[in-house]
Design a protein around this ligand. Structure first.
Ligand SMILES: NC(=O)c1ccc[n+]([C@@H]2O[C@H](COP(=O)([O-])OP(=O)(O)OC[C@H]3O[C@@H](n4cnc5c(N)ncnc54)[C@H](O)[C@@H]3O)[C@@H](O)[C@H]2O)c1
Length: 269
């Protein structure tokens, strides 16, 4: 029994690309997939110094990881990422499109620059990196798993994040569209919609350019928000890693084109 369950979640011999894996949710996902035996390619805009902690954690745990520093919103880098992955580990079995930016703007102040910045990274890069990766999977005739990180904001807008919400709504529909076309090649495409996860990105938006008084008010708002969550706490990156492990493993082989919400009950608040 134990052996068959371990086998179900065993990713030994698999190669996974995790975008935005230097910190936050991507780091939690990279760690979980590595613990299950996958070799990890971390792609992130952060310099190698910032990515050092995840690379160290993986290697100390007996895993293998390689770092590619790249700006995913530059479409010119996407082919390089795929080519480097093949060069370093020989194949690609799993792609986790996690990198994303939270950008704040009331709709009355929305600028084209903010729209482009958000859509280019959160949606366009997901489409075009996935396109390159599924083509490799089709060429190699071994199927694979694509896991996109959307957001609860793709289901219910928080407010003052319209460009972000549109990008994440796009990711959810892109997931379904890719899933429909890729099923016949044995490629499963799903997304995870996180909400309320404790990460540097969430802390940054909560603390962006605030005066002491504003910061106090924001902290109080945050405390109230957490107390209203059905599970009464923020989630941790590894808890998104758990859902990613399920979607990357054989345990989810008959699941495609769907969304797993991991939000401590935020959507039913
Ligand atoms: N934290 C949450 O509660 C939450 C909720 C809903 C959705 N999400 C989504 O989860 C994903 C990860 O969020 P997070 O909270 O861990 O964010 P984060 O800001 O803590 O981490 C994002 C990572 O992406 C990298 N990155 C940013 N821009 C990049 C670029 N242009 N090219 C390559 N890498 C880049 C950053 O360096 C960082 O390592 C995002 O797509 C986000 O929208 C998070």
């Amino acid at each position: 029994m134990k052996n068959s369950i371990e086998k179900l979640f065993d990713l030994t011999g698999k190669v996974a690309i995790v975008t935005g894996g230097a910190m936050g949710i991507g780091k939690g996902i990279a760690m979980r997939l590595s613990e299950a035996g996958a070799k990890i390619i971390i792609v992130d805009i952060a310099d190698k110094k910032e990515a050092k902690s995840i690379l160290k954690d993986i290697s100390e745990n007996g895993g293998h990881a390689h770092y590619i520093q790249a700006d995913l919103s530059d479409m010119g880098t996407l082919k390089y990422i795929v080519d480097q992955t093949i060069k370093v580990y020989g194949d690609i079995d799993i792609l986790v499109n996690n990198a994303g930016v939270f950008t704040y703007s009331p709709v009355t102040e929305l600028t084209e620059a903010l729209w482009d910045k958000t859509i280019n990274l959160n949606l366009k890069a997901v489409a075009f990196l996935s396109k390159l990766v599924v083509n490799k999977m089709i060429e190699k005739k071994h199927g694979g798993k694509i896991i996109n990180i959307s957001s609860i904001d793709s289901i219910k807008p928080t407010g003052n994040l319209s460009q972000y919400d549109a990008s994440k709504g796009g990711v959810r529909m892109l997931t379904k569209a890719f899933a429909k076309e890729m099923g016949k090649f044995g490629i499963n495409v799903n997304d995870i919609a996180p909400g309320g996860i404790n990460t540097p990105g969430v802390k940054k938006i909560a603390g962006a350019n605030l005066t002491d008084a504003q910061q106090k008010a924001m902290d109080a708002q945050m405390e109230q928000f957490v107390s209203m969550l059905p599970l009464q706490r923020m989630g941790e990156p590894k808890e998104i890693g758990n859902a990613a492990l399920f979607l990357a493993s054989d345990a989810s082989n008959y699941i495609t084109g769907t969304t797993i919400v991991v939000d401590g009950g935020l959507l039913i608040m």
